[in-house]
Design a protein around this ligand. Sequence first.
Ligand SMILES: [Cu+2]
Length: 151
Amino acid sequence: MRKYLGALALLLTACTAGGIPSSSGGGGGGVTINISLSQFGPHSTPYGQSGGFSPSVTTVSVGTQLHFTNIDNFCCHTATLIPNATSFPSGSPFTQKATQPSGSTLSGGFSSGALQPNASSQTITADQPGTYLYGCYFHYGAPMRAAIVVQ
Ligand SMILES: [Cu+2]
């Protein structure tokens, strides 16, 4: 029961935070990006076909703290940076390294590692302006990929 309440709280938080540019600049709160292959189907973005993450394009200000939460009921997903990409590569850009958590800034590169159901990633700071594309190691071609724009 407690587990369900926790998940619900995360969902509610995500609903209010998602898609709205954060102006808090890292002062508490932060932005949750939800991960679900079953709930977030493919659709178009300026970077190519996205899916599996909500929002598909997350716009935040410099300093915002981000994290990813797997709201699917199966294992596993990752959120892993695609370095230096301006559009989604057609083939998977990832190596198995993506299954281990790494990184704490967007510009430095990151991976959530393999996230179990209801698990959240480490906090990742939107440290520098730019467009950051990322995707899931396991389901990249589904498609399972999205973007973060830091202003
Ligand atoms: Cu996945």
